[in-house]
Design a protein around this ligand. Structure first.
Ligand code: FE2
Ligand code: FE2
Length: 175
């Protein structure tokens, strides 16, 4: 799935839930940071937020918490090296805690939203604990799905280009 701007921007119900957050310059700075080699940290966060929101909506769960905490789950500006220099634990363990602090500067977080952000790295480290809510479980699963999708995008694009090249060569040979 290619995640293009129009997908979430045209969804008024979703935009109503997150538009105040998207006015924050601090959050928008995430668009300057490359994430998972191919995308930016902001687009990744919107991807996670929007896919999680759609699932939560279908399951009649707390869509507001999922959309907002999904958008804020990777709200940190530091790179891996800077986090390592903090000596507070692994990157997977530390960045959710930074994201909670930054999110709390921007908006009030409910217990549910805090759990979603803090536990989103569940299963990749022992340092974050087990998600307490169904909403937290959705976001941690969607985060992994989006990460795999983003990391594999350049490989899929290369494979597609190669296939197009071969099919063109075959057509020339058979012409
Ligand atoms: Fe993360
Ligand atoms: Fe993430």
């Amino acid at each position: 799935m290619e995640f293009v701007r129009s997908i979430w921007e045209n969804d008024k119900d979703y935009m109503t839930l997150v538009e105040d957050l998207l006015e924050s310059e601090d959050l928008l700075k995430l668009d300057d940071i490359t994430h998972h080699h191919y995308t930016t940290r902001l687009i990744h966060s919107l991807f996670v937020s929007y896919v999680s929101y759609k699932i939560a909506k279908r399951l009649k769960l707390n869509v507001r918490a999922v959309a907002r905490a999904g958008l804020l789950h990777d709200f940190f500006h530091e790179c891996r090296e800077e986090i390592a220099l903090m000596n507070e634990g692994s990157h997977n363990c530390v960045h959710p805690k930074i994201a909670v602090k930054n999110a709390q500067r921007l908006t009030e977080l409910s217990e549910l939203e805090k759990d979603i952000i803090l536990k989103h790295m569940f299963l990749t480290t022992t340092g974050v604990g087990i998600p307490k809510y169904k909403e937290s479980m959705i976001v941690t699963c969607v985060d992994k799905y989006c990460a795999i999708n983003e990391v594999s995008t350049p490989i899929r694009m290369k494979a597609k280009a190669k296939l197009a090249e071969w099919s063109l060569k075959l057509r020339v040979v058979h012409a």
